[in-house]
Write a new protein. Structure first.
Length: 255
Protein backbone atom coordinates (compact mmCIF):
# COMPACT_ATOMS: atom_id res chain seq x y z
CA UNK A 1 0.00 0.00 0.00
CA UNK A 2 0.99 3.63 -0.42
CA UNK A 3 0.47 5.54 2.82
CA UNK A 4 -0.02 9.28 3.14
CA UNK A 5 -2.72 9.76 0.51
CA UNK A 6 -4.84 11.61 3.06
CA UNK A 7 -2.38 14.51 2.77
CA UNK A 8 -2.80 14.94 -0.99
CA UNK A 9 -4.32 18.37 -1.59
CA UNK A 10 -6.02 18.08 -4.97
CA UNK A 11 -7.49 21.58 -4.67
CA UNK A 12 -4.02 23.06 -4.26
CA UNK A 13 -2.74 21.10 -7.27
CA UNK A 14 -5.61 22.39 -9.41
CA UNK A 15 -4.90 25.94 -8.29
CA UNK A 16 -1.19 25.65 -9.13
CA UNK A 17 -1.94 24.29 -12.59
CA UNK A 18 -4.62 26.90 -13.26
CA UNK A 19 -1.94 29.63 -13.23
CA UNK A 20 0.31 27.93 -15.80
CA UNK A 21 1.07 29.92 -18.93
CA UNK A 22 3.59 28.16 -21.17
CA UNK A 23 4.88 25.60 -18.65
CA UNK A 24 3.61 23.98 -15.46
CA UNK A 25 5.73 22.84 -12.53
CA UNK A 26 5.94 19.08 -12.15
CA UNK A 27 4.12 17.68 -9.14
CA UNK A 28 6.28 14.73 -8.06
CA UNK A 29 5.65 13.49 -4.50
CA UNK A 30 8.34 11.58 -2.63
CA UNK A 31 8.07 7.81 -2.18
CA UNK A 32 10.01 6.02 0.56
CA UNK A 33 10.27 2.23 0.74
CA UNK A 34 9.68 1.03 4.32
CA UNK A 35 9.22 -2.72 3.94
CA UNK A 36 11.82 -5.04 5.48
CA UNK A 37 12.06 -7.31 2.45
CA UNK A 38 11.34 -7.19 -1.24
CA UNK A 39 10.17 -10.05 -3.49
CA UNK A 40 9.22 -10.37 -7.20
CA UNK A 41 5.56 -10.41 -6.14
CA UNK A 42 6.09 -7.09 -4.35
CA UNK A 43 7.49 -5.58 -7.55
CA UNK A 44 4.32 -6.29 -9.52
CA UNK A 45 2.23 -4.73 -6.74
CA UNK A 46 4.55 -1.73 -6.50
CA UNK A 47 4.37 -1.03 -10.24
CA UNK A 48 0.58 -1.27 -10.20
CA UNK A 49 0.26 0.98 -7.15
CA UNK A 50 2.56 3.63 -8.61
CA UNK A 51 0.82 3.65 -11.99
CA UNK A 52 -2.65 3.77 -10.41
CA UNK A 53 -1.69 6.54 -7.97
CA UNK A 54 -0.07 8.66 -10.68
CA UNK A 55 -3.16 8.32 -12.86
CA UNK A 56 -5.68 8.90 -10.05
CA UNK A 57 -4.06 12.11 -8.80
CA UNK A 58 -2.52 13.25 -12.10
CA UNK A 59 0.99 13.27 -10.67
CA UNK A 60 3.82 14.06 -13.09
CA UNK A 61 6.04 11.39 -11.58
CA UNK A 62 7.68 10.55 -8.26
CA UNK A 63 10.81 11.21 -6.22
CA UNK A 64 12.21 7.93 -4.90
CA UNK A 65 14.33 7.49 -1.79
CA UNK A 66 15.40 3.89 -2.32
CA UNK A 67 19.15 4.31 -1.97
CA UNK A 68 21.68 4.87 -4.76
CA UNK A 69 23.80 2.01 -6.06
CA UNK A 70 24.26 -0.18 -9.11
CA UNK A 71 21.96 -2.72 -7.45
CA UNK A 72 18.99 -0.35 -7.44
CA UNK A 73 18.95 0.15 -11.22
CA UNK A 74 17.02 -3.03 -12.17
CA UNK A 75 14.24 -1.91 -9.80
CA UNK A 76 14.26 1.59 -11.29
CA UNK A 77 14.03 0.13 -14.80
CA UNK A 78 10.92 -1.79 -13.79
CA UNK A 79 9.46 1.35 -12.28
CA UNK A 80 10.25 3.25 -15.48
CA UNK A 81 8.23 0.69 -17.45
CA UNK A 82 5.25 1.34 -15.17
CA UNK A 83 5.59 5.13 -15.36
CA UNK A 84 6.22 5.71 -19.05
CA UNK A 85 6.49 9.42 -19.80
CA UNK A 86 6.59 10.40 -16.12
CA UNK A 87 9.41 12.11 -14.22
CA UNK A 88 11.52 9.77 -12.10
CA UNK A 89 13.88 11.41 -9.63
CA UNK A 90 16.23 9.47 -7.37
CA UNK A 91 17.59 10.84 -4.08
CA UNK A 92 21.23 10.01 -3.29
CA UNK A 93 23.44 10.48 -0.24
CA UNK A 94 26.79 12.02 -1.23
CA UNK A 95 28.77 9.05 0.10
CA UNK A 96 26.99 6.75 -2.38
CA UNK A 97 29.05 7.99 -5.33
CA UNK A 98 32.22 6.26 -4.12
CA UNK A 99 30.52 2.84 -4.20
CA UNK A 100 29.80 2.94 -7.96
CA UNK A 101 31.99 0.77 -10.17
CA UNK A 102 32.13 0.79 -13.99
CA UNK A 103 30.74 4.30 -14.03
CA UNK A 104 30.05 4.63 -17.77
CA UNK A 105 27.96 1.46 -17.84
CA UNK A 106 26.14 2.62 -14.71
CA UNK A 107 25.47 6.00 -16.30
CA UNK A 108 23.96 4.42 -19.43
CA UNK A 109 21.57 2.38 -17.27
CA UNK A 110 20.78 5.43 -15.13
CA UNK A 111 19.90 7.49 -18.20
CA UNK A 112 17.44 4.85 -19.33
CA UNK A 113 15.32 4.99 -16.19
CA UNK A 114 15.94 8.16 -14.17
CA UNK A 115 15.44 11.80 -15.16
CA UNK A 116 17.40 13.36 -12.31
CA UNK A 117 19.45 12.48 -9.24
CA UNK A 118 19.11 14.75 -6.19
CA UNK A 119 22.38 14.83 -4.24
CA UNK A 120 21.75 15.44 -0.54
CA UNK A 121 24.56 17.94 -0.08
CA UNK A 122 23.23 19.04 3.32
CA UNK A 123 22.73 17.52 6.82
CA UNK A 124 26.52 17.33 6.98
CA UNK A 125 26.91 17.58 10.76
CA UNK A 126 23.76 15.81 11.98
CA UNK A 127 24.67 12.75 9.91
CA UNK A 128 27.86 12.67 11.95
CA UNK A 129 25.98 13.08 15.22
CA UNK A 130 27.28 16.52 16.10
CA UNK A 131 26.32 20.19 16.11
CA UNK A 132 27.84 22.07 13.21
CA UNK A 133 27.36 23.46 9.70
CA UNK A 134 24.48 22.09 7.64
CA UNK A 135 26.05 22.34 4.18
CA UNK A 136 29.67 23.57 4.37
CA UNK A 137 30.98 24.63 0.97
CA UNK A 138 33.83 22.12 0.98
CA UNK A 139 31.27 19.31 1.46
CA UNK A 140 29.08 20.77 -1.29
CA UNK A 141 32.06 20.83 -3.67
CA UNK A 142 33.22 17.33 -2.71
CA UNK A 143 29.72 15.91 -3.22
CA UNK A 144 29.54 17.53 -6.65
CA UNK A 145 33.00 16.31 -7.63
CA UNK A 146 32.40 12.72 -6.49
CA UNK A 147 29.23 12.39 -8.56
CA UNK A 148 30.78 13.98 -11.65
CA UNK A 149 33.70 11.55 -11.38
CA UNK A 150 31.42 8.52 -11.40
CA UNK A 151 31.79 8.71 -15.19
CA UNK A 152 34.90 8.85 -17.35
CA UNK A 153 35.97 12.28 -18.58
CA UNK A 154 34.16 11.95 -21.91
CA UNK A 155 30.88 11.10 -20.14
CA UNK A 156 31.01 13.60 -17.29
CA UNK A 157 28.86 16.18 -19.05
CA UNK A 158 26.17 13.49 -19.30
CA UNK A 159 26.37 12.91 -15.55
CA UNK A 160 26.13 16.64 -14.84
CA UNK A 161 22.96 16.88 -16.94
CA UNK A 162 21.26 14.50 -14.48
CA UNK A 163 22.55 16.12 -11.27
CA UNK A 164 20.49 18.33 -8.97
CA UNK A 165 22.62 19.65 -6.12
CA UNK A 166 20.68 19.82 -2.87
CA UNK A 167 20.35 23.27 -1.30
CA UNK A 168 18.61 23.58 2.10
CA UNK A 169 16.07 26.26 2.91
CA UNK A 170 16.02 24.98 6.50
CA UNK A 171 18.62 24.96 9.25
CA UNK A 172 19.47 23.52 12.66
CA UNK A 173 19.27 24.72 16.23
CA UNK A 174 21.72 22.29 17.75
CA UNK A 175 20.58 18.90 16.43
CA UNK A 176 16.98 20.00 15.82
CA UNK A 177 15.85 21.05 12.35
CA UNK A 178 14.25 24.51 12.16
CA UNK A 179 12.34 26.39 9.48
CA UNK A 180 12.15 30.08 8.62
CA UNK A 181 9.38 31.04 11.10
CA UNK A 182 11.29 29.44 14.01
CA UNK A 183 14.48 31.26 12.98
CA UNK A 184 12.63 34.61 12.88
CA UNK A 185 11.11 33.85 16.29
CA UNK A 186 14.59 33.35 17.76
CA UNK A 187 15.74 36.69 16.33
CA UNK A 188 12.71 38.42 17.86
CA UNK A 189 12.98 36.96 21.35
CA UNK A 190 16.71 36.58 22.06
CA UNK A 191 19.91 38.55 21.88
CA UNK A 192 21.94 36.74 19.25
CA UNK A 193 25.58 36.70 18.23
CA UNK A 194 26.36 36.08 14.55
CA UNK A 195 29.63 34.71 13.19
CA UNK A 196 30.60 33.98 9.58
CA UNK A 197 32.80 30.91 9.49
CA UNK A 198 35.21 31.18 6.58
CA UNK A 199 36.19 27.53 6.79
CA UNK A 200 32.62 26.37 6.15
CA UNK A 201 31.41 29.45 4.24
CA UNK A 202 28.38 29.30 6.49
CA UNK A 203 26.95 31.56 9.21
CA UNK A 204 26.60 30.43 12.84
CA UNK A 205 24.35 32.16 15.37
CA UNK A 206 24.47 31.79 19.15
CA UNK A 207 21.95 32.68 21.81
CA UNK A 208 21.16 31.77 25.43
CA UNK A 209 17.59 30.76 26.26
CA UNK A 210 15.51 31.31 29.44
CA UNK A 211 17.06 28.25 31.06
CA UNK A 212 20.58 29.62 30.48
CA UNK A 213 21.20 27.01 27.79
CA UNK A 214 23.55 28.01 24.98
CA UNK A 215 22.22 27.33 21.48
CA UNK A 216 24.15 27.26 18.21
CA UNK A 217 22.05 27.82 15.09
CA UNK A 218 22.98 27.25 11.47
CA UNK A 219 20.41 28.68 9.07
CA UNK A 220 20.87 29.76 5.43
CA UNK A 221 21.63 33.37 4.57
CA UNK A 222 21.39 35.01 1.15
CA UNK A 223 25.18 34.78 0.85
CA UNK A 224 25.12 31.07 1.70
CA UNK A 225 22.48 30.39 -0.95
CA UNK A 226 23.95 32.67 -3.62
CA UNK A 227 27.39 31.03 -3.40
CA UNK A 228 26.02 27.51 -3.80
CA UNK A 229 23.65 28.47 -6.60
CA UNK A 230 26.55 30.21 -8.37
CA UNK A 231 28.67 27.06 -8.15
CA UNK A 232 25.87 24.93 -9.60
CA UNK A 233 25.50 27.44 -12.45
CA UNK A 234 29.25 27.36 -13.10
CA UNK A 235 29.24 23.57 -13.36
CA UNK A 236 25.94 23.73 -15.34
CA UNK A 237 24.00 21.33 -13.15
CA UNK A 238 20.58 21.91 -11.60
CA UNK A 239 19.57 22.47 -7.99
CA UNK A 240 17.00 20.82 -5.72
CA UNK A 241 15.70 22.89 -2.80
CA UNK A 242 14.66 21.18 0.42
CA UNK A 243 12.26 22.68 0.76
CA UNK A 244 10.64 25.84 -0.59
CA UNK A 245 8.14 26.33 2.23
CA UNK A 246 10.83 26.10 4.93
CA UNK A 247 12.72 29.19 3.82
CA UNK A 248 12.28 32.94 4.13
CA UNK A 249 10.33 34.87 1.52
CA UNK A 250 13.33 36.81 0.26
CA UNK A 251 15.19 33.58 -0.58
CA UNK A 252 13.07 33.54 -3.75
CA UNK A 253 14.84 36.71 -4.94
CA UNK A 254 17.82 34.51 -5.83
CA UNK A 255 15.88 32.04 -7.98
Amino acid sequence: MIAGKQDIDEGWMREVRSHCVSKCPYIVPRIMWEADRFSPEDLADLKRLLADTAQQYQFDGFVFEFGFSSGILPLMMEIRSALEGKQIILVAHPEAATSIRDGDSFLSALNACVNYVVIMSYDYSVRRGKVGPNAPMRFFKESMRDFIHIASKSKQREMIAHMLMGIPFYGYDGMNAITGPVYIDVLKHYTVEMEYREKDEECAMRYVDEKAKLHTVYYPTLKFLAERIALAKKVKCGIAIWELGQGLDYFFDLL
